[in-house]
Design a protein around this ligand. Structure first.
Ligand code: SF4
Length: 300
């Protein structure tokens, strides 16, 4: 029996459900029960039927699944798979800000730790950030932690004062205007799609800006035959499945999140065999973080 067959067998034996983000390896996406972006996975995590949720992605995502499913066992195949952007926001600093600025609502991107979510008024994802900021009952917003997604939201929501935390995704941040221009020169017939975690000057060059799920929806319908992809390379696995007739070109050759690639078939197999590594969130943190996540799910 090969490793994938053994994973399938263990899934059935243990009544486990595998959730995977679009940025993990294609082999992991293929063995998962559900593949999605942060919003889709947060929604799915709430409805999951199994006894064990195996979360293939980075730690904050598994934490979110645990917060929404406190009674379930949530495991992550590699417990050190960390989102570098999530580490850029500190709960104590946000609390200080709130003390000094009580008229601000804190809107926090789900790419954040449970501690940070717990001190936030509401969460958002890249798919619903604009909608959440528009609907939140405050005229002044602190947007945490992604300065690029925050500036994208500020461009769209002009009637609110939006202060942006100085965090960023190092993987999206690395895409330069020179890289993007080179790709466009090499592929003059291609369209360019980007994630809002990219810098403003990159977003301004794009034909479409959207979250991973929005990019997928957009590409399903496009008449273009070549697409330059301005987000993590894992998405191309799903894009090719949807549109095998399109040529996909990565906007720069190292558009890879190493942390997302820490989930390998071997680690996933071990995780299922040993039911490791279990994710725990202290209930006093989880309770407050859950409120912020559920407010987002209501709005979206
Ligand atoms: S791609 Fe960026 S935001 Fe996403 S998990 Fe990796 S470091 Fe975090």
């Amino acid at each position: 029996m090969d490793k994938i067959e053994r994973i399938e067998e263990l899934k059935r034996e243990k009544n486990a459900v595998i959730l995977a983000h679009y940025y993990v390896d294609g082999a992991i996406q293929d063995v998962a029960d559900f593949v999605g972006d942060s919003l889709e996975l947060a929604r799915k995590a709430k409805k999951v039927d199994g006894d064990i949720i195996v979360f293939c992605g980075v730690y904050f995502m598994a934490e979110t699944a645990k917060i929404l499913n406190p009674e379930k066992k949530v495991i992550i195949p590699y417990y050190k798979a960390d989102c570098l952007m999530a580490d850029m926001a500190i709960a104590e600093e946000i609390e200080e800000f709130k003390k000094d600025n009580p008229d601000y609502a804190v809107v926090t991107y789900v790419n954040s730790s449970a501690d940070v979510k717990a001190v936030s008024d509401i969460c958002c994802t890249s798919a619903n950030a604009v909608k959440v900021v528009e609907k939140v009952d405050a005229e002044k917003i602190l947007f945490v932690p992604d300065r690029n997604l925050g500036s994208y939201v500020a461009e769209k929501v002009k009637d609110k004062k939006i202060k942006v935390w100085n965090g960023y995704c190092p993987v999206h941040q690395k895409l330069t205007v020179e890289d993007a221009e080179r790709r466009r020169r090499e592929n003059p017939d291609a369209i360019f799609v980007v994630h809002p975690e990219c810098k403003k000057e990159i977003r301004d060059m794009a034909d479409f800006v959207g979250s991973t799920s929005q990019i997928l929806e957009f590409v399903k319908e496009t008449t273009a035959k070549k697409v330059i992809v301005g987000t993590e390379e894992g998405i191309i696995h799903q894009l090719r499945k949807e549109r095998p007739d399109i040529e996909f070109i990565l906007a720069y050759s190292e558009f890879v999140c190493d942390q997302m690639k820490m989930t390998t078939v071997d680690r996933l197999l071990k995780a299922l065999e040993r039911e490791q590594f279990e994710v725990e969130v202290p209930e006093e943190i989880a309770e407050r973080a859950r409120v912020a996540i559920e407010k987002m799910l209501e709005i979206s």
